[in-house]
Write a protein that binds this ligand. Sequence first.
Ligand SMILES: Nc1ncnc2c1ncn2[C@@H]1O[C@H](COP(=O)(O)OP(=O)(O)OP(=O)(O)O)[C@@H](O)[C@H]1O
Length: 254
Amino acid sequence: MTRPMSPMHTTEVGAPAATAIDVVKLYGSGETAVRALDHVSVELVRGEFTAIMGPSGSGKSTLMHCLAGLDTVTSGVVLIGDVELSGLSDKRMTALRRDRIGFVFQAFNLVPTLTALENITLPIDIAGRKVDQQWLDTVVMTLGLRDRLAHRPSELSGGQQQRVAVARALASKPELIFGDEPTGNLDSRTSGEVMGILRESVDTLGQTVVIVTHDPRAASYADRVLFLADGKIVDELRSPDADAVFDRMKTLEK
Ligand SMILES: Nc1ncnc2c1ncn2[C@@H]1O[C@H](COP(=O)(O)OP(=O)(O)OP(=O)(O)O)[C@@H](O)[C@H]1O
């Protein structure tokens, strides 16, 4: 079987998309310092869908933010592809995030004065790239946004705004998509649709997707679930079903 290539880049599926090596993240200093990440090492390979789970405060968002270059580490190394983030200037870091990473956050960060379509294509426009109309149509159709493209965010429901945010992340076919609770505000049907399109982008485009979620059903769409507790990766499941994820979470939350 020929494996798909990563969408925008020539490196093959299976190569590291993001790597953390012995990462420690402290917030604050001295006696009151919080050790949000405690010597975490993990490799996320291209063309794989990873879900990060764990109890509240276990370090999930911190790990994702460090892997995405949105936060710096106290010690250790983070690489996107083969680029080490700690060596980058702010300008190069911003360019790397813009060119190679798509984000879906729970607070959708849509621009209120732009239409849904303008929001979806904004990162592509900012990067000065051309929209792949066929892919954009597929994304918009799959997410059920065709009739909503001329609406501004205030004229959309929470679920529709979330779908616009997902479409925006997918539209530029970035090398890596990070989602922080990307289905957090959605009903189970819409949540299933959003996870379905993320899954499809992995299967058909060789996209690499990393999400933080509390929802075992959402996590069951992933190839791999990483479990964090007290800032450490304590377990992982491959090709998980929702029940197995739920059971593992129950033991961690005790
Ligand atoms: N900016 C910050 N300043 C100080 N402490 C922080 C900061 N951000 C996170 N923390 C602490 O770091 C730890 C890990 O937080 P993080 O948000 O990564 O956890 P999480 O697993 O994503 O939690 P949740 O599921 O509740 O969102 C927590 O103890 C949190 O209080």
